[in-house]
Design a protein around this ligand. Structure first.
Ligand SMILES: [Zn+2]
Length: 243
């Protein structure tokens, strides 16, 4: 958490105090207000004084309160745009993919890469070995916890045979041993955000269902022993076995 300086604003009593700070949230509390939407800030608010302080016209007015607050930057992972050949990722505009689709009712599908190679190498294999357009997952996380955004969620790509039309694929570089602590932090951030409100700045809709690759129609060991446990635990009530 990185806190900015304390700033003060005037707000009419009963007004949404966060609104007074110029951010949009559904309701207000008197201390520490998380934001919704794509804003990166969390607003901490302390009501310094209550009624009887001068209003902006200089008059004592019980309807006004002086609100003191500060913006706190919420943690989010380092994010790298890996779409359309950016940042060293292989891409072939005429490679195979399924086109654009609706964002309604999609599942988050958990994968692992099944190896320790770089995501750039995986992308090169998907493009040159498989004939696909690019790295076929929508998102992937390297060993250090950096999140790579390789496809938009409305891109129908090939990551879970028989389930691609319903799935948004997220993967981590790793084996049966499961994700590193840094990967877990990033994956948990992604999953929590996606299932609570979506991630608008990454084009991720609010999701209500998740599963893992191994539970899609064609049997596979992906995402490995500990990867499966991690995804199932983190998705919690949204996890669906054999959807
Ligand atoms: Zn998989």
């Amino acid at each position: 958490m990185i806190a900015g300086p304390w700033v003060s604003v005037w707000a009419r009593r009963g007004k949404n105090y966060a609104e007074a700070f110029g951010i949009e949230i559904p309701r207000t509390f008197d201390w520490r207000v998380p934001t919704w939407g794509h804003a990166k800030e969390v607003l901490a608010i302390r009501i310094k004084r209550h009624a009887g302080v001068p209003n902006p016209d200089g008059k004592l007015d019980g309807d006004y309160r002086k609100i003191v607050g500060k913006f706190i930057t919420k943690w989010e992972p380092k994010i790298v745009d890996a779409r359309q050949g950016k940042n060293g990722f292989a891409y072939n505009a005429s490679g195979s993919w399924g086109g654009k689709r609706s964002l309604d009712g999609l599942y988050l599908v958990g994968h692992y890469t099944g190896g320790m190679g770089s995501l750039q190498n995986d992308a090169a294999y998907h493009v040159n070995g498989q004939g696909w357009r690019n790295l076929s997952y929508h998102f992937a996380v390297d060993r250090e916890g950096t999140l790579y955004w390789s496809n938009d969620c409305d891109d129908l790509t090939w990551h879970a045979r028989g389930f691609n039309s319903k799935g948004i694929g997220i993967s981590f570089v790793g084996t049966d041993d499961g994700p590193t602590d840094a990967q877990k932090r990033t994956l948990k951030w992604f999953i929590d955000e996606a299932f609570s409100k979506g991630i608008p700045f990454l084009g991720v809709p609010k999701l209500t269902k998740g599963t893992v690759h191994g539970d899609s129609p064609y049997s596979t060991s992906c995402p490995g022993t500990y990867g499966r446990i991690f995804y199932e635990t983190t998705m919690g009530k949204f996890f669906t076995r054999n959807p």
